[in-house]
Design a protein around this ligand. Sequence first.
Ligand code: 1GP
Length: 254
Amino acid sequence: MSIRIGKVEKYLIDKIEREGAIHITLIDPDKVTPEIISHIKEAVEAGTSAIMIGGSIGVCEKNLDDVILNIKEEVKDVPIILFPGNVSGISRYADAIWFMSLLNSSNTYYVIDAQAQGAIIVERYRLEAIPMGYIILGEGGAAGYIGYARPIPYNRPEIAVMYALAGSYLGMRYIYLEAGSGAKEPVPPEIIRAVKKVVKGKVIVGGGIRTVNQAVNAVKAGADIIVTGTLIEEGNSKRIKEIINRICKEKKPV
Ligand code: 1GP
């Protein structure tokens, strides 16, 4: 089997190339209501590039299927990418899946065993799998707790670099620096900068990003993709729009 970049990944890469950095909206399938779907529509109109769907707690395939079909009825212009916290986070109706490994988990289930169980389903559903190394830092949130992560302290960029480099050498084309949903402080720019310097692929940053400045600082430090979840849950599509307008203007470090 030869390596082939799929349609969704090509779309993301082209968009990053054109716009410098992009924004993706994350939603927890458990929290989707008709109101949230209308906020998702607003975020798409504001220029969010994709919808990521997943969560660490209480995700089941049936509910996920229904939620994705509901979103697809309303939102047609951007892909839906799965962001699974477990094998139950896979739906045949998504456009792609972040095929992710929690690199700094101390439990092999979250590093490779869930992925082995999930791979067979991804193959059956013919989902586009996008390889991603997931690294949890700082507070870590629910994802850190559930995933047995040993969150990397914010004052130790060199440890984040070790894991990001390992993921990159393993062929992961995306490295996600995760502070945990609702984190008090997002991943510091120094860590993003240090990671971006060594990895070949794209850097995704999420967790605790609430202000335009935080998003801009992350992009200036080298983030290619900014993910926000809480903002959409709060119905703050205005802030999402401001973030998108600003981040695509930021020049990234060479
Ligand atoms: C969590 O990185 C995401 O996986 C988004 O976090 O909810 O804090 O935006 P927020």
